[in-house]
Design a protein around this ligand. Structure first.
Ligand SMILES: [Zn+2]
Length: 264
């Protein structure tokens, strides 16, 4: 506590992990998204420290919005107004502790969830005079129709080698977006104790076509009928992604930490 008070006085940064509790298929835990955010926050904090900057990690917030997978048991979902109010009050607490600069890390792409985070951020910045930002990769900007210059964003653009996208890790033209090869590989790197890899190897692909994606986005029973096992991707294909996971995460962490330092 004493250390926190000292760090707050020095105007240090807060790294805030956000996520949801959401079903991720039979092979991954409900907490996959918040485990992911928390781990990235730890790695970014360590990288900032190497660059002489101190950051603290706030307790994780994981009562988010699950629109797409909301019909599955285990996908807890709050009303947007509830989530927005709770997040705003968390920002109020941080401000009262002496922290104004907050970076939000979120790895749950549901637009209802992400837009609610952004509304809470905008309110905190406007009403509390804080500098809260959502960390987002440039390739995800189009999902939310943002330009990248919005004051509530810290846009990261890690220099991924192009050949990663060409080596067959993903099935041709299909989307691996939830509990598939990508998420299984990352979770297995971060928290192998929570991943049933033997089961993942036996699961059939349910990667989505662009037409399927529209059904996925409808949510509820429509999504459940589309992917009855609860994952949208190819868990058994994790090995091809796993080859690059450590380097990919290292590129992300270095890029984000560099931009946080440069932002001062
Ligand atoms: Zn997830």
């Amino acid at each position: 506590m004493r250390r926190n008070a000292r760090v707050a006085k020095e105007g240090s940064k807060i790294l805030f992990p956000l996520g949801v509790i959401e079903e991720h298929g039979p092979h991954l835990p409900l907490g996959s998204d918040i485990f992911w955010s928390k781990k990235i926050c730890e790695l970014v904090r360590d990288e900032l420290k190497k660059q002489g900057q101190e950051a603290l990690i706030a307790p994780g917030y994981y009562w988010g919005i699950n629109h797409c997978t909301g019909a599955f048991p285990g996908s807890f979902s709050l009303k947007p107004e509830t989530m927005k109010q709770v997040l705003f009050e968390i920002f109020e607490n941080l401000k009262a502790f002496g922290f104004s600069e907050v970076y939000c890390f979120n790895y749950h792409g549901d637009a209802h969830h992400v837009n609610t985070i952004v509304e809470a951020i905008q309110r905190a910045n406007a009403e509390l005079g804080m500098r809260v930002k959502l960390v987002l990769e440039a390739m995800d900007l189009q999902l939310y129709q943002w330009k990248g210059t919005e004051e509530f964003l810290l846009v990261s653009e890690p220099p991924y080698p192009l050949e990663w996208f060409e080596d067959g890790a993903m099935e041709d033209g299909l989307l691996d977006i939830h509990g598939g090869a990508y998420e299984t590989a990352v979770m297995n790197d971060f928290h192998p104790e929570y991943v049933d890899l033997e089961l993942a190897k036996t699961l059939e692909s349910s990667s989505l076509s662009m037409t399927d994606l529209q059904k996925w986005l409808i949510g509820g029973e429509e999504t459940k009928a589309l992917v009855p096992q609860g994952y949208a991707g190819n868990p058994a294909g994790y090995a091809a992604v796993a080859k690059h996971v450590k380097e990919m995460i290292a590129l992300q962490v270095t890029d984000i930490a560099g931009r946080i330092v440069a932002h001062i």
